[in-house]
Design a protein around this ligand. Structure first.
Ligand code: AMP
Length: 400
């Protein structure tokens, strides 16, 4: 990585502003899933071990520029304190006199968490005066929030103009190293698996992957129906982006020209739209009639995709194969099946990178997380990086 790292900074006694991704689910003022907090621990611990005065800042949810207790980071301060085994001070804003006073009172090796950055509309607008206010709190800036690096916000981009040094945290560095290696020097066969709701969200990454000469592209989830309908198959009431059908045909053509094997599901789990609960069945894709809704790939497709991964040396996966959140009805089965298949590919020595909320949740649910080479903390950021875009939050960091 050609960006300055936290390990290049002289941290002792300095006020270090660390932009973290603490956008975690909170229920009844308790953190429900702390994986993002744990992800930032190495950087926080590194700064504490080097006697920095640590100021942590994050967004949480979408409070749309207004103070809203539902999105307060206060419960995160308590949770982080338990994880670090030391007090984590909290202040109910991220700019202003009270914040300045609390930062001024910080001693070497102490931690202060600021309130949700998005309680101020200026954060998402990358407002310069707001960025200056944030910068005035610190001497050094570290960005460890890879998941927010595709946004040019005040705390991810604007602030860097007004600090002495802007560096990547350890998690950010790890993401850039792994994803960079996958995209710049992948071992072949290179297989990409994409799923989720929309083709439109994934076009840049699909095109970039075809340009980078992946060997196979496996498409599942609702996305597949746009490809099927574009080719004249009946997809019933399954989710389709009609306006994306010409794009789907173009992708099929580009893949053919580039010698990329494009695999779509052969069977799927469907329900009758009039009687969804009782009618679940698995059928070949070409048997779909007008009243049916496809909600997951079938077991044959899972087997088919697993076979396609057999000789893979590099695998990237983003997006669920079906309506993963409908676990009671078993529409998570296809995604769990693919989670197991990518873990087996990793066991055979492939570099496997998984990103995106549902795919990562499936990896955890299938109990295979420790077999995956790299679980990315980004959703949109991972896709944009893999599509070859320079992320604003990375571009803004100082070069080494
Ligand atoms: P994305 O944000 O594009 O990764 O899409 C994730 C969403 O796609 C999840 O909420 C899934 O429920 C949804 N999804 C995946 N497959 C299907 C499907 N066959 N029908 C409807 N929604 C789906």
């Amino acid at each position: 990585m050609n960006k300055l790292s936290i390990t290049d900074l002289d941290l002792k006694g300095k006020r270090v502003f660390i932009r973290v991704d603490f956008n975690v689910p909170i229920k009844d003022a308790r953190v429900e899933d702390d994986s993002r907090i744990r992800g930032a621990l190495p950087t926080i611990q590194y700064a504490l071990d080097h006697e920095a005065r640590v100021i942590l800042a994050s967004h949480l949810g979408r409070p749309k520029g207004e103070r809203n207790e539902k999105y307060s980071l206060r419960p995160v301060a308590e949770h982080l304190s338990e994880l670090l085994g030391k007090p984590v001070y909290f202040v109910g804003d991220c700019i202003g006199d009270e914040v300045k006073a609390k930062v001024g009172a910080l001693k070497d090796g102490e931690v202060l968490l600021l309130e949700n950055l998005r309680f101020h509309a200026e954060e998402e607008k990358n407002d310069e005066a707001f960025a200056r206010e944030l910068a005035s709190l610190c001497d050094l800036y570290v960005n460890d929030a890879f998941g927010a690096a595709h946004r040019a916000h005040a705390s991810t981009a604007g602030i860097t103009k007004f600090v002495q040094q802007a560096a990547a945290g350890l998690l950010m560095q790890k993401e850039l190293d792994y994803l960079g290696r996958v995209i710049n020097s992948p071992e072949h066969p290179f297989v990409a698996i994409l799923g989720g709701a929309k083709v439109s969200d994934k076009i840049p990454v699909i095109n970039a992957l075809i340009d980078r000469k992946i060997d196979k592209l496996l498409i599942g989830g609702a996305m597949a129906y746009t490809f099927f309908k574009a080719q004249g198959f009946t997809v019933g009431k399954s989710l389709v982006e009609d306006e994306m059908m010409p794009t789907a045909l173009e992708i099929i053509k580009r893949a053919e020209e580039a010698n990329v094997e494009l695999l779509l599901p052969t069977d799927h789990q469907v329900v009758d739209s009039y009687d969804p609960l009782k009618s679940k069945k698995t059928i070949p894709v070409e048997f779909t009639n007008a009243g049916l809704v496809g909600l997951d790939i079938g077991a044959e497709t899972v087997a088919h995709f697993s076979t396609a991964l057999r000789d893979a040396k590099t695998v990237i996966w983003n997006g669920p194969m079906g309506v993963f959140e409908e676990k009671e009805l078993g529409f998570d089965e296809g995604t769990i099946g693919v989670a197991r298949a990518v873990a087996e590919a990793a066991d055979r020595g492939a570099t496997v990178v998984v990103g995106g909320g549902d795919s990562v949740a499936a990896i955890t649910q299938a109990g295979v997380a420790d077999r995956i080479t790299h679980i990315s903390t980004g959703g949109g950021a991972t896709l944009e990086f893999l599509a070859g875009d320079e992320l604003p939050g990375v571009a803004a960091l100082n070069a080494k």
